[in-house]
Design a protein around this ligand. Sequence first.
Ligand code: ADP
Ligand code: 5GP
Length: 196
Amino acid sequence: MKRGLVIVSAPSGTGKSTLCGRLLRDLPDAIRLSVSTTSRAPRGQEKHGVEYFFVSPDEFKNKIAKDQFAEWALVHGNYYGTSKETLESFWRSGFHVLLDIDVQGAMNLKALYGERSLLIFLEPPSIEELERRLRARATDPEEVIQKRMKNALQELAMKNSFDAVIVNDDLDQAYLRLKKVVFEFSEQIAAGQWRR
Ligand code: ADP
Ligand code: 5GP
């Protein structure tokens, strides 16, 4: 059965990891996470191979040269990329693939795999609440928070290019909407009716 990509983008701090984590725990037989490669340093308790594959900038550039990424981007000054092999091996095993990537990556994957991609934009209830969440997460120093807030405005301007926009105000409500759009996508792609 044809399998697709569920691409979730949002300004950092909106709640992507929280909502994606819930979806993965809820639908373990249907969807798997594409673990990206990044040149940024691990944060807090992050582990190699779990949140990301952490590599040096040189190692990352080497992988670009070997054409190992379906897409890659510089986000907040660090490299991030999606492995082609990860996507293809999950598809071969019958899973949809969930991606937590930035808006540039989402647009690049749409250009490559548009006929099998669902693009979801998660929106914070307000800019003030976004800043509050970034601070409450307590994982980033002040200058990183400032950089993320500046990028958030540019990312929000792209939301109309996505298939669905979900406001993450109440977490349970946002999760129900996320699950609904993913189910509808899965049914349509199975029936050959997605972006016909
Ligand atoms: P992202 O992956 O988009 O950067 P996270 O999932 O790390 O964001 O969430 C950022 C912070 O906001 C975390 O501390 C998380 O617990 C909190 N959070 C997520 N969703 C909500 C929500 N709906 N209401 C309040 N806080 C939330
Ligand atoms: P963070 O450093 O907070 O984990 O992620 C920063 C940003 O990079 C987030 O918007 C996240 O979605 C994005 N990101 C993570 N992995 C990838 C990837 O493989 N490709 C792209 N384009 N963006 C990614």
